[in-house]
Design a protein around this ligand. Sequence first.
Ligand code: HH2
Length: 273
Amino acid sequence: MTDWAGLSLDRPRIMGILNLTPDSFSDGGAYPDVVTAIAAGRAMAESGADIVDVGGESTRPGAEPVSSEEERRRVLPVIDALARAGVLVSIDTRHAATMEAALDAGAGIVNDVSALAHDPAAAPLLARRDCAVILMHMRGDPATMQSLATYEDVSREVTRELAERVAVAEQAGIVRTRLAIDPGFGFAKRSAHSLALLRGLASLTTLRLPIVVGVSRKGFIGQVTGVADPRGREAASLAAGLFALSQGAAILRVHNVLETYHALQMSKVLMTP
Ligand code: HH2
């Protein structure tokens, strides 16, 4: 596996989640001011996060959309401080104006849950900039996506639909070596779809791009374990994440960086005689 976003992908990488939102499904309001948020991002990097994914808009089913202005107000001071401290930052946004401002503030990765479908200005912008780009699978938008969760073979359909988004990105002028893909657990997927997608994750390796996986605390994990509080889903999230790595994932997007880092240390020692 080659480098992506300046990271060698010869070992699994951790992306820590820093949601600067009042309404995210598991950590909404956790970082109420800029100072707390910057400290949390730095702590994630010190605990083993290779990337800190900063988001200013919740995309949970039915979440209120946020304007790009408000989103930028939430994320920019934090991105600027983390980038200055040498942290590799990704910006989790669907808005081209936020992408551009975040890249100017020092972000190295754009993580778009709409795979560049939401904002027509996103693809041409990213063609001009030299950043890495994560294309995540979703259908519709957070308001409509759960009504579009019908699949005959979820792994095959998600792989095909992601291949289409990769083609759109390449046609716009974003070179393939900058791209990573993500099957979008919980986005236009019911729990059974997310489980089938995780079991069949290896199907995505046919696209020969780094695979990002975000299963941390998601609803399907609550469904399996019967744990309603997302913060109580850590152990099962870790099990799902390690399974994803065994099926070809390169990067885990997680809330709990330190325990993920410890699990990867343990796996590495066991797998390297
Ligand atoms: N999941 C969420 C948001 N962004 N990006 C990628 N690449 N993959 C994901 O699975 C993914 C994502 C949703 O989780 P979270 O950020 O924890 O919650 P919310 O959308 O409520 O802020």
